[in-house]
Structures are given as structure tokens and as C-alpha cells.
Design a protein around this ligand. Structure first.
Ligand code: PMP
Length: 430
């Protein structure tokens, strides 16, 4: 594969942008690659600056559930663009996006727009602290909630990919109040909450973990979080930045029937433009400024172009059968890959919730970060590179999820499975 234009651009970019990328995992370092510079994308395909074409399973790390350049999204964004780009004042589009979110997500009675998932979780935690008057928070090992100071402890995604425990530049005092527990460990949650529950402002969790690879919640885990937080007056926050409008129209909370107090959203609700949001119970959300005393603000929050992409995307997701069709396609991929792995004697564990998937090169079930870390990272790197070479664009880390979009065809899926089978066979011979 010729990637000479990407290589040249990467070299130039490294001189002016740290590591040549604006977000660490994009550097593709852990899989021994350099990033491809992207020119354009359409439907299920993405094209680099050397004219290479790939079937895209990254989907901009989650937002592109409709695939790239969905005509309805492009149409509304172009219309809004013709009116102006930013006013720093309310628009009807903010109202429409808020209504679409409130209608779909069970816990959300009121919602505030921000610009990223990081801002959403950071603001939700401030709100939980302001509401309860408590400082300490609980998160789970391997869950990633963005890069805010208090949330990098034992984090997933890029922090896991780079194998670092947290980050320099985060004062100890900021993380003293962050407690991280093992994911899916009901006993650990109960024991901890018995001891310290009354001091905890919030428990924040990815209801389906997506940043240590895809790790679904075991039966009873989310239920326990709900029960324990209720018992101790602690706010339960579902970080649905990845799972919101992804695993079901109402997110993981609708799928599992557990309603948190606050929910964080981003990715899909922005349809590929920068958006985040946090929302939840009215009595808690009423504490947000200017209605209440908990301050949070943003120059570009509710940006018209971003709202337009979000509104157009969420409208498409209301189509009857949308999520069933998507999950069927993802299942076809998961079952196909699993079969190919078995036939070729590759030890791999597969996870799938709706159109979100994980594949770990390990022979044990993956129920938490410890299990995920047993995956063979060298094997993953070899798999990643061989798939890229054959025209399949996957997330360049074992600790990320794979996304199927409405634009993927059955033929795309079957082509992917056929290529993976060839790659598995090759890997076992190496
Ligand atoms: N929470 C979760 C669950 C995420 O997956 C991410 C990003 N992958 C974030 C928060 C942070 O979002 P952003 O990158 O938009 O700041």
C-alpha cells in the first residue's frame, strides 16, 4: 500500500503539533503504524490522501452511526451554514436537539449542551458534587470519561493504550477524591459503599464499557449501582458518550432498564460535529447556572452547525427497526469473525452489544480491565496492520471498540470476515 503522502504530511505535522496528532491514539504508535491522513469519506468508506480506500469501522470513534455524509445530515448542515455559523445566543435548533434527547433517553428531563464528552462528564461531576455537597467520586478501572483531571485515574482508551497510570500535570490533591473500583465487581461496590457511601458524591460508569475494548455489564452490576447509590444519597451518572443512541435508541439505560440520575452524551448526538451534553433529573439539573448555583458555560455551546448535524442524525434513528437492523449486521460480523478465529485456531474472545463490538486476543472471558489486559497486544498489532493493508480501517488499539454503521452493507461485512479469515490463518503460521 502506498502511503507516501501520509508519511510526508505526518513528518511535517510533527513539527507543529505534538506527536503529529490532535488526540493520542490517532498516532497509531502501539500498533507500529503511522497515521493515515484522510481526504474524505462516503457511506461505509474512508479515503486517505494517497487514494487508498478502506471500509471504516472507526466511524470517527463512534459518532458516524449513519455512515459518512448521510444526505439528510448534509442537507440540514448546508442549510444552516447558509444562515450563519455562530451567534452565542439561543436558536431553535438547540431546542429541537434537546427535545429529541429528552424524548429518547429515559433519565433525561432537562439537558445542557456542551462541546465534547470530556466537558459533559466534567460538568456532570461538578453538578453531582454541588448537588450533594460531597467531594469524593467513584469510577471503574478501564472506563474512560474524557481527560479531565479527576477522571484519568486507572483510565481506559488512550491512557490504557499508552500503558500509563494517569498523567503528569494532575495534582495529587485533585485525584485524592477519586476512587477506582474493578468493573463488574458487585462485591467490591457493596463493600466500598457500606464503608464510605455517605461520603460519595457520585458513581460514574460506562454502562457498557467501550474504552477497554467492549465489555458488557454482567447481570446485576448496574442494578447494584442503582441500589447502592439510592441507599446512600449518591448521584448515579451513566457516561453514555459512546453508548448513547448507539446500543439502543434510549442508550444502555433503556436496554438494561436501569435509570441513572444523570447521563452524559456526545458523539452520535453531534452527528460528526463537536457536541456533548449532560442531562438528567429535573431537580438536579435545576442546580445548573443560571437557574441554580453550579457554574458551567461555553462560547460555542449549542453551535448551530453542530445542533443541525445532531438533529438530522437523531431524526433518522427514530425509523422503526433501525436498531434491530443494525444489531443484526453487527451480529453477522461478530459471528463471522468468531467462526474465522475458531477455524484457524486463534484464541479470541468476542463481545457485542448492538452495533458496538470488541475482539480480544485472549482465551479467557473479558469482564473487566484485568481480563482485557491479558490480550496478546503483539497479535493485535499484526492483525491490525494486515487488515489495514487489505482495506479495513479499525481502531488502532486493543482497548477500543469497533462500530458498525447503517451504511455498512452485508457485502461489506462478508468481505471483512473473508479478509479476517485469511489474516487469522496467516497469523497462526507466523
Ligand atoms: N466518555 C466516554 C465513554 C468516551 O468514550 C469518551 C471518548 N471516547 C469520552 C467520555 C470523552 O469524549 P471526548 O473525546 O468527546 O472528550
Amino acid at each position: 500500500m502506498n502511503i507516501s503522502n501520509s508519511l510526508k504530511l505526518f513528518e511535517e505535522t510533527q513539527a507543529v503539533i505534538p506527536g503529529g496528532v490532535n488526540s493520542p491514539v490517532r498516532a497509531c504508535k502501539s500498533v507500529g503504524c503511522t497515521p493515515l491522513f484522510i481526504e474524505r469519506a462516503q457511506g461505509s468508506r474512508i479515503y486517505d490522501m494517497d487514494g487508498n480506500e478502506f471500509i471504516d469501522y472507526v466511524g470517527s470513534w463512534g459518532p458516524m452511526i449513519l455512515g459518512h455524509r448521510h444526505p439528510e445530515v448534509i442537507k440540514l448542515v448546508e442549510f444552516v451554514l447558509s444562515q450563519g455559523t455562530s451567534y452565542g445566543a439561543p436558536t431553535v435548533l438547540e431546542l429541537r436537539l434537546a427535545e429529541l434527547i429528552v424524548e429518547a433517553v429515559p433519565s433525561v428531563e432537562m439537558v445542557r449542551m456542551v462541546n465534547s464528552g470530556t466537558e459533559a462528564t466534567m460538568s456532570a461531576i461538578r453538578l453531582a458534587r454541588g448537588y450533594t455537597g460531597r467531594d469524593a467520586i467513584v469510577k471503574f478501572d478501564g472506563c474512560y470519561h474524557g481527560h479531565a483531571d479527576t477522571l484519568l485515574v486507572e483510565a481506559g482508551s488512550g491512557v490504557a493504550t499508552l500503558g500509563i497510570p494517569g498523567s503528569p500535570g494532575v495534582p495529587n490533591a485533585f485525584v485524592e477524591k477519586t476512587i477506582s473500583l474493578p468493573y463488574n465487581d458487585i462485591g467490591a461496590v457493596k463493600a466500598f459503599m457500606d464503608r464510605q457511601g455517605d461520603e460519595i458524591a457520585c458513581i460514574i460508569v460506562e454502562p457498557v464499557a467501550g474504552n477497554m475494548g467492549c465489555v458488557p455489564p454482567e447481570p446485576g452490576f448496574l442494578e447494584t449501582l442503582r441500589e447502592e447509590t439510592e441507599k446512600h444519597g449518591t448521584v448515579l451518572i451513566f457516561d453514555e458518550v459512546m453508548t448513547g443512541f448507539r446500543v439502543a435508541h434510549g442508550g444502555a439505560q433503556a436496554l438494561y432498564g436501569i435509570t441513572p440520575d444523570l447521563t452524559c452524551l456526545a458523539k452520535i448526538i453531534g452527528g460528526g460535529l463537536p457536541v456533548g451534553a449532560y442531562g438528567g433529573r429535573r431537580d438536579i439539573m435545576e442546580k445548573v447556572a443560571p437557574q441554580g448555583p453550579v457554574y458551567q458555560a461555553g462560547t460555542l455551546s449549542g453551535n448551530p452547525l453542530a445542533m443541525a448535524a445532531g438533529v438530522a442524525t437523531l431524526k433518522q434513528l427514530k425509523e422503526p427497526g433501525f436498531y434491530e437492523k443494525l444489531a443484526e449486521k453487527a451480529k453477522r460480523l461478530a459471528v463471522g469473525l468468531q467462526g474465522a478465529a475458531v477455524v484457524n485456531g486463534v484464541s479470541a474472545t468476542f463481545t457485542q452489544v448492538g452495533s458496538m463490538m470488541g475482539m480480544f486476543f485472549t482465551d479467557r472471558p473479558v469482564r473487566n480491565f484485568e481480563d482485557a489486559k491479558t490480550a496478546d497486544l503483539t497479535l493485535f498489532s499484526n492483525y491490525y496492520r494486515a487488515m489495514l493493508e487489505r482495506g479495513f480501517y479499525l481502531a488502532p488499539s486493543q482497548f477500543e471498540s469497533l462500530f458498525v454503521s447503517a451504511a455498512h452493507t452485508e457485502e461489506d461485512i462478508d468481505e471483512t470476515v473473508r479478509a479476517a479469515a485469511v489474516v487469522f490463518e496467516m497469523l497462526t503460521k507466523e
